[in-house]
Design a protein around this ligand. Sequence first.
Ligand code: DX5
Ligand code: ZN
Length: 215
Amino acid sequence: MAKVSPSLLSADFANLGRDVKDISSLGADFFHIDVMDGSFVPNITIGPGVIKSIRKLTAVPFITHLMIDHPERMVESFAAAGSDFITVHVEAKGDVDEAIKRIRQSGKKVGIALNPPTSFSKIERYLPIVDIILVMTVNPGWAGQKFIPEAAKKIAEARKVIDEEELSTLIEVDGGINQDTGKVCVEHGVDILAAGSYIFGAPDRKTAIESLKRL
Ligand code: DX5
Ligand code: ZN
């Protein structure tokens, strides 16, 4: 069964605390928290201060998805704010290896993300040293975009290596996930489905979360 990580980017930011508590009570396995810097992606979202505030509201683990350049400068702040996993992009400007080292030194779990145009070979060397790989199935920047099926094929590539090498690395997918696209990802061997608009836009969020867990 896949685990489900609702993406707070689709929450109502005027009622963020309410949405965090609500989703926590509906069986979310993680929260997926999207951080954008206006440089790595052309949009800006939230920083460590917001994460610190919502950390008090839930025991559900936080997977912080850093869509930022120079992640090595910021990872300690996101660790201190209460992230459980911190994911950095392989394409980010700056020192990704140093960022990974600092996440580990902060005692947090590490993720490495790759964008749709980036080939799996660019992250393969990280598989033994990270806890999660994050396969993007949209170009990052906004919620509500259309799933890119070709990008999802990298889930199968990662699954093969992880199984062959008996690694415990988890595979998360992010972007355009709903019941149909989530099923494709589960068939490719995904462990965690991040989903924003599908869950927050659903008439019944509990049913939406359960429908993904059942895939
Ligand atoms: C996109 C973000 C995603 C986004 C997913 O840049 O990284 O996490 O919130 O939203 P949906 O599920 O609506 O594509
Ligand atoms: Zn994300």
